[in-house]
Design a protein around this ligand. Structure first.
Ligand code: SAH
Length: 424
């Protein structure tokens, strides 16, 4: 099965360039808008669909029962099982064709939603009128000048209204590029961004032979988190350790890293550190960190995980109840709070009550304690938290700054900043 983003999601992704789509545009204008769009977002779109599709493949190698779709298995077995490079190239090409077709159709006001139903690559190409033997991104062009499309291929693209050239210093045809490993290494960063290439070596192969822990195999909902393990910790396969509860509660790495850069201070307390998602990123951003958790097992894992990221020398770990030991914390600049949200049921209520649902105590009481040591506080909360309650935490006449945290396009939570951590 081939996975494509739903047109609805793409429409959202395109909203930036579609803002004045009522205007009749020349084909060259559409193509240049497309070039700009794909250079900026292509890699993310391809990676998102890649991660969704091939996470299943990784799982299928470890656990036969996880995959039930026979078609999916047979395609992978027949064509690509041992050839991730070629899988990646095919995937890139398919996604690019698809996204371009949706993009282009919008300007012609005749978008055909049935495109998403197409599951097989060959069908997909036929539908778009492309020759099924069309050379995809990353395939070898052997006897040809690699910089150029053959006449017939260029003709086909022109007839289809597809661009024959994509961005990049040398205006190479992306579809026919040969991404040999050595050439890839020679490219400078700007080239990579402009040509939409990504360093695929590690991304493609990572985690391939990783064994799924038994407790995860037994729990279907945990399996969903296992698939996302690299968004929790990009170095997951270097030995990251998590307990069952932490799979649900760890802050995804990109979110934690953005927060760490956003918070400007020297010494920070991570009062509910869990297995270290936030602490590691605070340390990586150059801070000295005091990481506290009531659960010794989690502190041991956090310590180990910090070693994986080579930041263990920047973190002091304490096993203890933050509510009891907070007064002993001296000389710190800020406190980061990511207390338990009370299980995954938090999503069910329309509005999350930070005074009654947050663990181990309500937000106001927690803030009262924190303010005995500093006013500089940040708290990570569910995305559906009651904003009025958050504003009230600031106190009369004082401000708060609320940031929405997204992982790709998924709204994962909000962070509220208080005291000196407010930026604007
Ligand atoms: N931010 C962490 C996840 C935190 S989950 C990460 O990204 O990895 C919340 C944590 O708070 C849990 O690990 C839980 O053990 C801890 N906790 C709960 N009550 C506590 C208390 N009174 N003092 C310190 N830690 C507590």
């Amino acid at each position: 099965m081939t996975y494509f983003l739903k047109p609805r999601n793409l429409a959202f992704a395109f909203s930036e360039v579609w803002s004045d789509s009522d205007k009749i545009l020349e084909k060259s204008e559409i193509d240049s808008l497309w070039e700009e769009y794909w250079t900026k977002h292509g890699e993310n779109i391809v990676l998102e669909t890649w991660n969704r599709l091939y996470c299943d493949y990784i799982l299928s190698e470890n656990n036969e029962s996880v995959i039930s779709n026979e078609k999916e298995e047979s395609i992978l077995e027949e064509d690509h099982k041992s050839d991730w490079e070629s899988l990646w190239s095919d995937h890139w090409t398919q996604q690019q064709y698809y996204v371009y077709s949706v993009f282009k159709e919008n300007y012609h006001a005749e978008f055909d939603p049935s495109l998403v139903e197409i599951t097989l690559e060959e069908d997909f190409k036929r539908k778009l009128g492309l020759p099924t033997s069309f050379i995809g991104r990353g395939e070898k062009t052997n006897n040809k000048n690699e910089e150029q499309l053959s006449n017939s291929e260029e003709e086909t693209l022109k007839n289809l209204g597809l661009p024959t050239q994509f961005s990049g210093k040398n205006s190479r045809g992306v579809y026919l590029e040969d991404f040999s490993e050595s050439e890839e290494e020679e490219m400078d960063e700007t080239d990579k961004i402009k040509t939409g290439r990504v360093k695929k070596k590690n991304k493609n192969r990572r985690g391939r032979n990783q064994k799924i822990p038994e407790y995860i195999q037994k729990n279907q909902s945990l399996l969903r988190y296992w698939k996302k393990r690299f968004s929790l910790f990009s170095r997951f396969d270097e030995g990251i350790r998590l307990d069952e509860e932490s799979w649900y509660s760890v802050t995804p790495e990109n979110v934690a890293s953005q927060l760490a850069k956003r918070i400007n201070c020297n010494i920070i307390v991570d009062a509910f550190c869990g297995c270290g998602g936030n602490s590691i990123q605070f340390a990586k951003s150059g801070k000295r960190v005091i990481s506290i958790d009531i659960d010794e097992g989690k502190i041991l894992k956090a310590k180990h995980n910090a070693k994986v990221y080579k930041v263990d020398d920047k973190i002091d770990f304490i096993v203890g109840d933050f509510l009891k030991i907070y007064k002993d914390l001296k000389g710190i600049d800020a406190i980061f709070l990511s207390p338990p949200w009370g299980g995954i049921d938090y999503k069910k209520s329309a509005e999350y009550d930070i005074e009654t649902q947050l663990q181990p105590i309500g937000a106001s009481l927690l803030f009262e304690k924190c303010r005995e040591i500093t006013d500089n506080i940040a708290i990570f909360l569910p995305r559906n938290s009651d904003t009025k309650q958050i504003v009230r935490l600031a106190g009369v006449g004082k401000k708060t700054e609320i940031e929405k945290n997204f992982l790709d396009r998924r709204f994962v939570g909000i962070t509220a900043f208080f005291g000196g951590l407010i930026k604007s």
